[in-house]
Design a protein. Sequence first.
Length: 569
Amino acid sequence: MKTNYIPKRRKLGEVLVYQNRLTPDQLNNFLRIQKENYKPLGQILIENGILSNEELTKILGEQIGIPHVWLRKGLIDPRIVHVLPKGKALHYQVVPMFIVHNVLTLATSDPYAFFIFDEVKKITKMEVQPVICRAEDILEAIPQAYQEDVGIDDLMAGADDADIELIEARAEIAVSEITEMAEGSPVINLVNMILLRSVRDGASDIHVEPQEGQMRLRVRIDGILYELKPQNIDFHPGVVSRLKVMANLNIAERRLPQDGRIQVSVDGRIIDLRFSSMPGVHGEKVVLRILDRSKALLDLNTLGFETVLLDQFKSFLRQSNGLILVCGPTGSGKTTTLYAAISMLNTTERNIITIEDPVEYQLRNINQNQVNTAIGLKFATFIRHALRQDPDIIMVGEIRDREAAETAIQASLTGHLVLSTLHTNDSPSAITRLLEMGVEPYLISSSLLACMAQRLVRTICPDCKTDYYAPKRDIKELDQDEDKQLRLYKGRGCSTCYDSGFKGRTSIHELLKIDQGLQTLILENPTIEAIREIGRQNGNRTLKEAGYEKVLQNLTTIEEIHRVVSLDV
């Protein structure tokens, strides 16, 4: 039986024949091409689609016993990179990673660059252990490692002035350079680099968590939390105080939770940060929600809707009055969908009012309002006052109780289009949730136009996407012909996707139209199963079925659909 073991010092062609990647005849043909063109065999194999750059690098490393790694973020220790000058790192295209017992682990893309390893050994006076990774990863890591040093005592004030700026909220907005506020401050640089890296990686949240002996840092990307390199716990009080200063909060108050807002400019983009702190056993935990204004004005056409469903949803949005509900748990993209909807409806002829808690994105030419329960400005109160502002469309951030539900419904019955959200698992559950709140069935029946449930699913990383033949259980689950082979795709995991195999997200939707039959059923205070049955009879596709369609379109995986969609939905 063959194993994956590759004997050292075998030639590249022999290795591929050994792995059944090439037949002997194919190898002879490529060797003939090599003699004619004077190109390296590896380059010829890449050009002909036999190998990828990553596979070639890995095999070359295995030939001579050098391990292969993905040069992930946080894998490089910024405290030691300067053992090799930056100019030498760029010239040799290598980057120091970490030191253990005077052995320097060195990332390289050329496993045969023995003279470079010897040179690094002379410069650093250390033993050198090379590891293989992609050349582009090294070139990307060098400026980050040498300039974005974070979480160390000898932090340099290395943030580029154009990278991140703090926008102070005053009578007249003034922009001040963060690096000029306290040149050389390790805490300020640490905060800047955390923000910079998180925004550039497309994170939606940053978690700063004090633990015994260390400060834990995590970022949420595509709905999943990833851990960055932990920092010394001594930095924690300074980091929290710095963030509170940026948010104009009381740095002396550590016993009570605090909420605030920070506005920064990163790479020329305005970024809003929602600050939230909560006292814990080891100190205050801080969570920052990242709100990128450049992503606020979304187009409904770019949110992953299937064409037929998108046309149906747009037809409801064109109605002059009625209630439209978007449903799903926290983080399922409900608010983004509503923003995209009102962006489509935003014209000079329409007066649009939003009532939110809090206002996440500030939109042009939209009258946005934030509830304040401390002074009695609840959703229901705001809706009643909004009706005196001559609105055409009202967006209510969330229906949380009977009062808000009935007030929104009354607004929809008096000639206004009302858009809102509900925290339910699927679209039929929205109706039963309103009934459970105590809303009269006749009000729901006469006002509700449609309920749409949605989820966000991660899409397969394009940089490490690979195909495979689906097992029979998956073919059966996807309702495909079990007698035929089905090719699906998944991500292997690489440095660009935090080894997850996923990069980016798309949405899946379940739209329930309130037709005459459903209106009649609502008057009878129905069960959720009765509502779902009406939906099935009308040909409505469930969230699970919508997810399976994305799998067959090679956008995501069955495992991702299982993670996101409950089995009973």
